[in-house]
Ligand binder design. Structure first.
Ligand code: NAP
Ligand code: G4F
Length: 374
């Protein structure tokens, strides 16, 4: 009998990689999707229609939908990845963020209890390094005190504690993976890494003039999402339910990420100025096929629009426990490889998007010429 997994957040970056990973292990995978007026299933489109992969409508803010679905699917494992996951957006929509990211976790736990699955169903909660927030020590490990520093982090802290509470109160196998930032070619386009790799590709291809960013000094421990989903599974296969920090143990600034990304796109940068006045200026170009990027052009500038009311600026994880107890290798993909693969992907994507737009233009021109009513 194959194991049954239920993934909330299946359409997200991690949900899509985790689905592939679990299908590869022979699982029957069920995912929760939401109704949307536009197509948001791009990341899992290649899995739809394949055997053992099933999608169901439900919502983290709708208890009844979760209770019914858990009863129907009878999962052996639940991976609770669904969240309003953007920190800056959580300042604009704090109540929604709390509902989905905090109370949503409680709804999942109660759905399992209501269906009397608490002895058999293991639950993984997508927790976050944002819990460390205004950090109290560097690097951060499982014993570092939390100091959440955004509405998102406060909501996720509730999720962390309610998981721990149900583990202790009801003896449930539920755990939090405290994951540090992990990125990929499937990363949402408004997170800083993907925003940079897409902009570097567009600027290199003459489709954009300048990239506007916020805090360039912010430090992150960036890993590759594909490596991290394995850990989610390993945490649920562990003999006892425990929480784990998942990180690479290597730290870089936003500025360093941008420098390397532009380099892979064929643009060497030098930095001038400080704070709001800082600029990334073209120092040298290598192998670009268009002549629109010139030495001396300002291609990165700072905009206060991307500053946060409170910003987390020094995240560095200590993955020793995961290494020791799960046998996980935190350096499978290096920072340099991560940046390179994201830029290579986005260079192709930008070129392909242009080709697709050209085809759409031709189709539209033909359509207009022929006219729909004639
Ligand atoms: P993501 O790409 O933003 O995906 C979030 C997923 O949650 C999407 O599938 C989204 O569905 C779903 N979702 C949002 N609100 C929902 C609701 N009300 N009901 C049902 N589904 C809902 O996030 P990710 O990067 O894959 O991250 C996965 C999880 O790990 C999140 O909980 C995030 O907070 C956490 N985390 C991420 C990182 C990281 O660096 N990536 C680090 C630590 C923790 P739609 O497609 O319909 O919007
Ligand atoms: O890419 P970010 O938006 O990711 P952030 O805030 O670290 O959150 C991500 O990682 C968390 C794990 O630590 C997850 F829990 C969360 O769900 C999400 O996946 O921003 C990274 C840093 C911040 O300090 C931000 O201030 O980059 C800085 N930054 C500078 N300019 C920018 C920008 N961030 C964004 N999104 N856009 C900018 O233009």
């Amino acid at each position: 009998m194959s194991k049954i997994a239920l993934i909330t957040g299946v359409t997200g970056q991690d949900g899509s990689y985790l689905s592939e990973f679990l299908l590869g292990k022979g699982y029957e995978v069920h995912g929760i999707i939401r109704r949307s007026s536009v197509d948001y299933r791009e990341r899992i489109a290649h899995l739809e229609g394949t055997p053992h992969f099933h999608l169901h409508y439900a919502d983290m803010s709708d208890s009844m939908s979760l209770v019914k679905l858990v009863g129907k699917v009878q999962p052996d494992e639940i991976y609770n990845l669904a969240a309003q996951s953007h920190v800056q957006v959580s300042f604009d929509a704090p109540e929604f963020t709390a509902d989905v990211d905090a109370v949503g976790v409680l709804r999942i736990l109660e759905a399992v209890r209501t269906n009397h699955l608490e002895k058999t169903c293991r639950i993984y909660q997508a927790s976050t390094s944002e819990l460390y927030g205004k950090v109290e020590e560097v690097p951060q490990s499982e014993t570092t005190p939390f100091h959440p520093y955004s509405p998102y982090a406060v909501a996720k802290l509730y999720g962390y504690w309610i998981i721990k509470e149900y583990r202790e109160a009801y003896n449930m196998f539920c755990c939090s993976g405290i994951l540090f930032n992990h990125e990929s070619e499937r990363r949402g386009e408004t997170f800083v890494t993907r925003k940079i790799t897409l902009a570097a590709a567009r600027i290199a291809q003459g489709k954009q003039k300048c990239l506007y960013l916020g805090n360039l000094d912010s430090l992150r421990d960036w890993g590759y999402a594909k490596d991290y989903v394995e850990c989610m599974w390993l945490i649920l296969q562990h003999k006892t339910p425990e929480d784990f920090v998942i990180a690479t143990g290597v730290q870089h600034s936003v500025r360093e990420f941008a420098t390397l990304a532009f380099k892979h796109a064929g643009i060497e940068l030098r930095w001038e100025g400080e704070g709001i006045e800082e600029k990334g200026i073209v120092e040298r170009v290598n192998g670009l096929t268009n002549e629109r990027v010139k030495v001396g052009d300002v291609v990165v500038a700072v905009s206060p629009d991307f500053y946060r009311p409170t910003d987390v600026v020094n995240l560095l994880g200590d993955p020793s426990k995961a290494k020791r107890e799960l046998g996980w290798n935190p350096q499978t993909t290096s920072f340099e490889q991560l940046v390179e693969l994201m830029v290579a992907h986005d260079m192709k994507k930008v070129a392909a998007d242009d080709a697709a737009a050209e085809i759409r233009k031709v189709n539209l021109a033909e359509f207009l010429e022929k006219g729909i009513d004639k």
